[in-house]
Design a protein. Structure first.
Length: 85
């Protein structure tokens, strides 16, 4: 849904970096997948074609925060991947 966004906080060797991927047009959504040591966040069209993709090493991801577009929906979900800060 337009306005959905995902923030990914990554350990960058002593500092952290924050990346955001957002659904920029109507009908697009943000998908998060993880497996085999990678976390992938992609903006996807209705047909399933990825428009923008971010791939991160799972052992470097500190936090993954999903922000839904609808303000009346449940609050942001924080997914911790088990890495101590």
């Amino acid at each position: 849904m337009k306005g959905d966004r995902v923030e990914v906080v990554v350990d960058a060797g002593g500092t952290t970096r924050t990346y955001e991927i957002e659904a920029t047009r109507a009908g697009r959504r943000v998908d998060v997948t993880h497996g085999r040591g990678l976390v992938e966040v992609a903006e996807v069209t209705r047909g399933g074609t990825p428009v923008r993709t971010g791939r991160f090493m799972a052992n470097r991801v500190i936090a993954l925060v999903e922000h839904p577009a609808d303000e009346t929906a449940e609050p942001a979900t924080v997914l911790s991947l088990g890495r101590a800060a």
